[in-house]
Write a protein that binds this ligand. Structure first.
Ligand code: GLC
Length: 467
């Protein structure tokens, strides 16, 4: 994992904050991100909502409010968040927003957050939180319904609002949603006279054909299929897709039945292990989303599993695959058995913030319809506001939001609600078990038997059953 880079960034942040004496009312803190990352892609700001209105004449009586927002930095996320912050500050001159980049790997991001929560630190006001975290982290956030969110929750997908509601409290306003997709090279499918694969067997065969052909044509760096194989949350997402699309259930079902140890799950994970070093690079067992996108966007893969954010970047001017790819549902064990893991991010306001009112107002601004539209058009991030799926500009920028709407609305949830507040541990046991199979240290039969035992220890009230 990229822990060290982020640890350094985090420590640097702590030092900057310490130097500021933790005075959240200070005006001398530089707005902007502490780590701008090396992302080469600058979002097109022409899609930004019009903010040419004159700013209020801002006499803040020395009461400048600093809001520190922990935001994702995958793809264009950070740049878009900074653009949004700039526009908000122009309209709200008494507010200074610092958009703080967080690690790409969700475990590292969670680690950063937990350190601040443990200290009950006011040095974070708004946190971008994963769809899997509301149950685990609810105690650290305010109820956004008490800060005006109740007026807008009806605009969002009800399932996400339900996911984010813990003990009746809305602990995060949905910001964007996503689900796993298959990216495929239209030019290469045509060259080799192939159709987009609908089964894993077809994907394997087509990936091999294209890989062999492209290497014979001189590209020794070419691979058939890239995906997320590191031992982290992304692998939980990929492996859940394999398993659910093979009739193997969803690890632990919403009713608390532990189903992971079944033959369909075992067979498909053993099959995926066979991709490593054949149609996928040996290094795929250390890949996250951005590693897969790097290979893909350089033109060195026939297929990629990734989230929707990779769509707009793949079509950017500096992409080798601009205009040469499309997306489809992921394959299944049989055609039509496809499954996509539900992902996505929410904005939560810390209980330890000294400015919860202002923080909630900013979170609601970021999650509002015009701002979700901006991120959908610029960064192909799926809105959580339902009406935007009928917006012509959004559909023009990301046509698959319409054509693959079912993929997003029928996505498979990870077992975060039923295992809360122990989801992170539950997921770590799962992705480590799968990773041991991918690296050849175990076979899936042994790994899932052991995992089942671990789960019965962790959840004595749950029962073991079939999916
Ligand atoms: C994406 C998803 C998130 C998931 C993560 C795994 O960011 O939105 O839900 O946990 O990928 O890497």
């Amino acid at each position: 994992m990229k822990t060290s880079k982020w640890l350094i960034a985090f420590l640097a942040l702590v030092m900057v904050l310490a130097a500021c004496g933790g005075d959240t009312g200070s005006t001398d803190t530089t707005a902007g991100a502490t780590d701008t990352t090396s992302a080469p892609d600058t979002p097109d700001t022409t899609d930004a909502p019009d903010t040419t209105e004159p700013a209020p004449s801002g006499d803040c009586d020395g009461e400048q409010v600093l809001l520190r927002t922990f935001t994702g930095a995958v793809g264009q996320e950070l740049e878009m968040a900074q653009n949004q912050a700039d526009r908000y500050m122009a309209e709200n001159p008494c507010i200074t927003i610092e958009s703080i980049a967080t690690p790409d790997f969700v475990e590292d991001r969670l680690g950063t957050y937990l350190q601040l929560f443990e200290a009950q630190s006011p040095e974070g006001d708004i946190y971008q939180i994963d769809v899997i975290w509301p149950g685990d982290l609810a105690e650290h956030f305010v109820d956004l319904n008490e800060y005006g969110a109740a007026d807008v929750t009806g605009d969002h997908f009800p399932a996400i609002i339900e996911n984010n509601t813990v003990d009746g409290k809305l602990i995060g306003i949905p910001w964007f949603t996503d689900a796993g997709l298959l990216y495929y090279r239209t030019d290469l499918l045509e060259k080799y006279n192939l159709e987009p694969p609908t089964t894993w067997d077809e994907l394997e065969a087509s990936a091999q054909t294209i890989q062999d052909g492209e290497r014979a044509d001189g590209n020794q760096d070419f691979w058939g299929y890239v995906w997320q194989g590191n031992a982290y949350e992304g692998l939980t997402c990929d492996a859940l897709e394999w398993i659910a699309s093979a009739g193997g259930g969803s690890i632990i079902e919403p009713d608390g039945t532990i189903t992971i140890n079944n033959q369909n799950a075992i067979d498909i994970v053993d099959q995926a292990a066979g991709w490593v070093g054949t149609i996928s690079p040996p290094g795929v067992t250390a890949y996250g989303e951005e590693d897969a996108r790097g290979v893909w966007q350089a033109g060195n893969a026939a297929f990629m599993r990734n989230w929707p954010y990779a769509y707009s970047l793949g079509n950017s001017d500096d992409s080798a695959v601009k205009g040469l790819f499309d997306v489809s549902p992921l394959p299944g064990k049989t055609a039509g058995q496809s499954a996509a893991t539900l992902g996505g991010w929410q904005l939560a306001v810390s209980k330890y913030s000294e400015h919860p009112e202002e923080a909630a107002a900013y979170a609601l601004f970021l999650a509002s319809e015009p701002e979700q539209k901006y991120r959908a058009v610029t960064g192909s991030l799926n809105p959580t506001i339902m009406s935007l799926y009928e917006d012509a500009d959004v559909l023009e920028a990301a046509p698959f939001f319409g054509s693959l709407l079912d993929v997003f609305t029928a996505a498979v949830a990870r077992p975060s609600t039923i295992t809360s507040p122990k989801y992170s541990d539950t997921s770590a046991l799962f992705f480590n078990a799968v990773h041991s199979v991918l690296t050849g240290d175990a076979d899936a039969e042994d790994a899932f038997l052991e995992l089942e035992l671990d789960y019965t220890d962790s959840f004595p009230d749950f029962t073991v059953g079939t999916p």
